[in-house]
Design a protein around this ligand. Structure first.
Ligand SMILES: *[C@@H]1O[C@H](CO)[C@@H](O)[C@H](O)[C@H]1NC(C)=O
Ligand SMILES: *[C@@H]1O[C@H](CO)[C@@H](O)[C@H](O)[C@H]1NC(C)=O
Ligand SMILES: *[C@@H]1O[C@H](CO)[C@@H](O)[C@H](O)[C@H]1NC(C)=O
Ligand SMILES: *[C@@H]1O[C@H](CO)[C@@H](O)[C@H](O)[C@H]1NC(C)=O
Length: 362
């Protein structure tokens, strides 16, 4: 039968066609029955799983039917998990950041309170129906880092990165490579959210809606036209991977601000409500990227990372979650990436000020 599925060309004769007319159709029916088609169309959230997690005293976290995914099918949920494996050729040239200094790190850290003037750190966004998590976590972390380093509020544009990075970043709403996002910031910069907003005017107001889940087109033009695309660009000076040792990751966040992390999502993660997540039940759904903003230890002595997701506030703990720290839970410590903000386009703003000053004093 295997031969009949992929026949050498010379078999594509009448006898094969007749054979196929009789059997291939049947074969397809059998295949589609055994393939998990039904499963993909079924609802991602099931009451029975909530119960089994909440009954498990060793889980360490609570589950609920999160409103965000009330009407989501398994395949719609999977589509949000847009981290694709970095192409092997790209992996070799990525610098790895290792902090050699021994800082005395606090046992609890929350970037929102460490830099209270940087309100973007506490923003919870919503990627809509698009597999753009790889872009969200990168853009949000860089926005925070601009505020931390240059004492300015700024929201950078996910849409610029998502639609204009092209194949170097992957597949837009169908997923991409986190490290490539940071390389884009270094190479091309990223405009502000105000210049190129994520909300669109079509369908469900976010990119990536059904049918077809389209990635927005790259326009290289600010909406409204008050600001120039090139002037709105903000750059990074570096794009690196952070070595996976937990205290190294902590030092990076403590010194430079939030980072982008990727991890494997299993079915149970859709139900997360509170507590310290660890994988308990369900199949692997895909790779997801989020923003890591701190760490701590629970009263029960469990170490955790603190993260901001971009599934709105109706998912999880008001949009945030905690995950077990120090055991590379779901691979979360193995794929931390970041970069440092550049003063490149901002020097211009400063030199304009200098010019004005010179004029006034002349
Ligand atoms: C959970 O616990 C409740 C009460 O102890 C019990 O009635 C229920 O059957 C349990 N559910 C599961 C899925 O174990
Ligand atoms: C989910 O679907 C039901 C029935 O189609 C509808 O009444 C409800 O408003 C939907 N909920 C959300 C959050 O979209
Ligand atoms: C979060 O969800 C609410 C309610 O569905 C919606 O009005 C809002 O636009 C969402 N936030 C974002 C950033 O999309
Ligand atoms: C950013 O905006 C918030 C709220 O508007 C404000 O409280 C804060 O001081 C601003 N931060 C900076 C660095 O300007």
């Amino acid at each position: 039968m295997a031969k009949a599925v992929a026949p050498p060309l010379y078999l594509a004769s009448w006898s094969y066609l007749i054979f196929c007319a009789l059997f291939c159709f049947n074969l397809q029916v059998v295949l589609s029955k055994s393939a998990p088609l039904l499963k993909l169309d079924s609802n991602i959230l099931q009451e029975s799983i909530v119960e089994s997690i909440n009954n498990n005293s060793k889980a360490g976290w609570k589950a609920s039917i999160n409103d965000r995914f009330l009407n989501y099918t398994v395949s719609q949920f999977k589509h949000l998990l847009g981290v694709k494996p970095t192409p092997p050729g790209d992996l070799q040239s990525i610098p790895v950041k290792i902090h050699s200094e021994r800082l005395k790190l606090p046992s609890h850290f929350d970037a929102r309170t460490a830099w209270p003037k940087c309100s973007s750190i506490g923003n919870i966004l919503d990627q809509g129906h698009c597999g753009s998590c790889w872009a969200f976590a990168a853009v949000e972390s860089l926005s925070d880092r601009f505020c931390i380093q240059f004492d300015m509020n700024i929201s950078l544009s996910v849409n610029d990165l998502l639609s204009c990075c092209g194949i170097l970043c992957g597949f837009g709403c169908n997923g991409g490579y986190p490290i490539a996002a940071w390389r884009y910031f270094k190479r091309s910069g990223v405009v502000t959210e105000e210049c190129d907003p994520y909300f669109d005017q079509t369908g469900c107001s976010h990119p990536g809606c059904e049918p077809g889940y389209p990635t927005p087109k790259c326009k290289r033009q600010c909406v409204g036209g008050n600001v120039l695309w090139k002037k709105s660009k903000h750059f990074s000076v570096s794009a690196y991977k952070v070595h996976h040792d937990p205290s190294n990751i902590m030092t990076e966040v403590y010194k430079n601000g939030p980072v982008e992390v990727s991890f494997t999502v299993y079915e149970d993660f859709a139900y997360y409500k509170s507590g310290v997540y660890k994988h308990i039940t369900g199949a692997q759904m895909g790779g997801h990227a989020v923003k890591l903003i701190g760490w701590g230890t629970t009263d029960e002595g469990e170490d955790y990372w603190l993260l901001a997701n971009q599934w709105n506030r109706s998912w999880g703990d008001d949009g945030y979650f905690k995950i077990r720290r120090g055991t590379n839970e779901c691979g979360i410590e193995k794929s931390v990436v970041a970069g440092l903000p550049s003063s490149k386009n901002m020097v211009q703003e400063v030199s304009n000020v200098d010019d004005a000053f010179l004029d006034a004093s002349a």
